[in-house]
Design a protein around this ligand. Structure first.
Ligand SMILES: Cc1ncc(COP(=O)(O)O)c(C=O)c1O
Length: 386
């Protein structure tokens, strides 16, 4: 198993940062890469024509390795998940009454554009409610998703794990059912890719869209998206010079070009070369390829399992392991828990988590240890045993 990697980060010893799902910390080396990248523009004559293209190609290649994409040309640089989703919805035309499936309380960047699509084409947005009872919730929720997919379904647009409590969706089964019904599968990988193994070759989603600042350990405002060959036939949401064929030939840019770069090359955000953010995300994905997502699952499970047993004994509900991720999970509190007292105690002990819906969201990484979870449990004991 991979060892704790806290020494590679700047998190102070007094802090238990269990909140990567909110925002990852930079690795110390990424901070350095960022500083160097910022300084580079003090000497713009050192930024060459190749700098506009080389790092972005490398970034696409590394992301392709991370999630097993056969051809890096199917990858585009995006500034946010919402941008990747809008790129897809821009190319969806529904017949009246056709359905788009989403899950309850899905992250808004993967909702609003779908609402626009159904409003425009008189389609239906089908929200798969989460079961009311907590027992077997993940299992029953997955069952409801599968049962909802039928010949009227045009798209299933879901995450791999739910952002608020880590419920794991059975993407393999969902892909099978969507294929049988000729429906698209659009995945928001923001809360999973980097920490949870995923293979585009195996699952064959129509799109996989990820912001970079959480589990990819990168900066804010840059992300990556895979689009299938079929989606790559669609139109981009904006037209920029760099996405056109031969854009590396700066002297020729005003001989306007009607062809695009190959495949997803047309979907890159304008100014995709982003000289500061690109080298940073590149370096963080290199690190993730070395660590490997499966080892991040293994490690986060190892450091959290004892605490989870204790929290369950205290009366908290945490989803069955089979239906939740190890790097992101929700702790549902016993009724009548004094939430404010818990928030206060966590803050006093410098334990950072998120409160999402009615769950306490805990999201560890390789910089965490069993000690962080012991501190977390102590806070719960202080409040629940009062
Ligand atoms: C599941 C999920 N997707 C996407 C995002 C970020 O979306 P965007 O990049 O559009 O701001 C978040 C942020 O919390 C998220 O939890």
């Amino acid at each position: 198993m991979v060892d704790c990697q806290r020494h590679k980060f700047k998190i102070p010893d007094s802090v238990s940062y269990l909140n990567c799902a909110y925002m990852s910390p930079f690795l110390k080396k990424i901070e350095k890469v960022g500083h160097r990248a910022v300084s580079k523009k003090c000497l713009p004559f050192e930024i060459t024509g190749d700098d506009f293209f080389e790092n972005t190609s490398k970034l696409k290649v590394l992301f392709s390795k991370l999630v097993s994409i056969p051809d890096y040309n199917n990858v585009a640089i995006i500034p946010a998940t919402s941008y990747g989703i809008a790129t897809v919805t821009n190319n969806i035309v529904l017949n009246k009454g056709e359905e788009i499936i989403v899950v309850d309380e899905q992250f808004p960047s993967n909702i609003y554009s779908w609402q626009n699509v159904v409003n425009k084409h008189q389609g239906k947005l089908i929200n798969i409610a989460k079961p009311k009872a907590l027992k077997n919730r993940g299992k029953l929720w997955n069952k409801s998703i599968l049962e909802a997919i039928n010949s009227n379904t045009r798209v299933v647009a879901i995450p791999i794990v739910h952002w608020s409590d880590g419920t794991l969706f059975d993407i393999e089964a969902i892909r099978k059912k969507t294929k049988e019904n000729n429906a698209l599968l659009i995945i928001d990988g923001t809360q999973s890719i980097g920490a949870l193994p995923f293979s585009v070759s195996e699952i064959q989603p129509d799109a996989l869209i990820c912001s970079g600042y959480k589990w990819l350990l990168g900066p804010y405002s840059i992300g990556l998206a895979y689009f299938s060959d079929e989606l790559c036939k669609g139109n981009p949401i904006e037209e920029n010079w760099i996405n056109r064929k031969n854009s590396h030939n700066f002297a020729n840019l005003v001989n306007y070009e009607s062809d695009y770069q190959p495949k997803a090359g047309k979907f890159n955000v304008g100014e995709m070369s982003n000289f500061t953010l690109t080298p940073m995300l590149l370096e963080s994905i290199k690190q993730l390829l070395d660590w490997k997502p499966e080892r991040i699952q293994e490690y986060t499970k190892y450091i959290s399992e004892k605490a989870i047993r204790k929290l369950k004994r205290l009366g908290c509900f945490i989803e069955n392991e089979k239906y939740r991720a190890a790097h992101l999970f929700g702790i549902y509190l016993p009724e009548k828990t004094d939430l404010n007292a818990l928030k206060k105690e966590l803050s006093k002990q410098k334990v950072y988590v998120s409160f999402r819906g009615n769950a306490v969201r805990v999201s560890p990484h390789l910089y965490n240890t069993k000690m962080d979870f012991e501190k977390l449990v102590k806070c719960f004991i202080t409040v629940l045993k009062k």
